[in-house]
Design a binder for this molecule. Sequence first.
Ligand SMILES: CC(C)(COP(=O)(O)OP(=O)(O)OC[C@H]1O[C@@H](n2cnc3c(N)ncnc32)[C@H](O)[C@@H]1OP(=O)(O)O)[C@@H](O)C(=O)NCCC(=O)NCCS
Length: 147
Amino acid sequence: MQITESDAIESDLKNILLIESQNKVALWSLKNFQESLTAKDYFKVVRFNDETVAFIIAKVMNHECEILNLGVEISMRKKKLASKLLNNLINFSKARNIKQIFLEVRVSNTAAVNLYDKFKFNEIGCRPNYYITENGREDALIMGVDL
Ligand SMILES: CC(C)(COP(=O)(O)OP(=O)(O)OC[C@H]1O[C@@H](n2cnc3c(N)ncnc32)[C@H](O)[C@@H]1OP(=O)(O)O)[C@@H](O)C(=O)NCCC(=O)NCCS
């Protein structure tokens, strides 16, 4: 078994789209992922035996970094892959003198909220009724960590 983290390339996008489609709400299209590659966003993948099984995308600004998307293939969850991706993003950000990392997450997304809690992210805001879901609308939590 070989697990590696690398920069994302075009050929990762097929599996990334599959991972995205496993979510209850699939928000990103192929075009969105391609735009992140073109924009040279922080875009890393984890490959397991050459299969792309997890990814993280973040927008690095002057002294801030926003996590735009993060996903792990269903059968590979709870194996610390998201923790690995997040930990490396934090180290990358510290090395670039970034002061804060933030993101938006659905309030009902317990797995993601717990993950960010574990990495000392705090709730720094809320966007009421931000997400459209099958059952109506749902708030977005804005979570952030100061580095
Ligand atoms: C959220 C997600 C990225 C977590 O990935 P993962 O690789 O399974 O997470 P890790 O194994 O690194 O877990 C780290 C911590 O996150 C929390 N966590 C992860 N999955 C969880 C779950 N199903 N329920 C509750 N907490 C969970 C736990 O605190 C866990 O620590 P522990 O294992 O010591 O309990 C993954 O569930 C996923 O892809 N979800 C769908 C996409 C998504 O929600 N992305 C985030 C958008 S903001």
